[in-house]
Design a protein around this ligand. Sequence first.
Ligand code: SF4
Ligand code: MG
Length: 310
Amino acid sequence: MARRWLDYKTGAWVQWCPGCGDFGILNSIYGALAELDIDPTNLVVVGGIGCSSRSVYYIKGNNVHTIHGRAIPIASGIKLANPELTVIVTGGDGDLLGIGGGHFTALGRRNIDIAIFIYDNAVYGLTKGQAGPTLPLWARTKALAYPNIQGSVNPLLLAFAAGYTFIARGYAYHVNQLKGLVKAAIQHKGSAVVDILQPCPTYNDFMTQEWYEKRIYYLNEEDPTWDPVIRSPEDMKVKAPRILEKMLETGDRIPLGIFFQDLTKDTMEERLEKAMPGYLRTPPAKRPIDVKGRITLHPFKIFKDKLLET
Ligand code: SF4
Ligand code: MG
């Protein structure tokens, strides 16, 4: 029997403030996992530190709550050790783009098949509302004594520059549309990121539900011919200017949907298979171990031998 979204819910008490956008994101993830019929025993959710990273306790899987900013390298290690797992990362804008910013860009370069969900509320909610990396210049939220004097980072442009092959933006209270984006990100083969605009009613009294809902619109509703899929280098030349124009659009109009999906690049898993044939058949998690618990075929030795041959 197909799985239902309730099959992914743990019994843990959800410790978020009433009205938090995180609830909408969590429900979208449950729905996407159910529609993709992902076996929870093959699912790994990795979180750093922050309100959003607590999602690892609310979704059934072999999940890991890590340290601040380090969810991506830990998720990368898990996926490369066993590429058959579905690996997703849940984290905030502060965790993934501030403290973990270096890891965020490194994942794009590697194109490991992992989906990153940024619960983007533009503040550090867990620590009482300091300015996060996506809070606009001169915005003032209630925890700030003065308006924000730092500029904001654009997660979509950062992901594009880093080499992510799937880039989307969603809105936390539009659960159905967001479920579609979460599904597409998980199904995409390669590093995927969905920047999810997430009202934080407790600390962000500037970017409120009303503020967002006056501005957001969907790319494919405004333009039914919108096609973000890159199938060739020629496609990239033709489509990139319009994609970048939409990623740059801010202020009174905030586009949502899939901005970019590049089907032309190898994943890290495919690159490793080329560098050391057999990797996908016997990745580190499936290698035999000796009586002392050491793996008998050392992946770095195989990699080095193969490189020396070529
Ligand atoms: Fe949500 Fe903000 Fe409360 Fe954290 S502080 S649970 S982000 S409303
Ligand atoms: Mg945040």
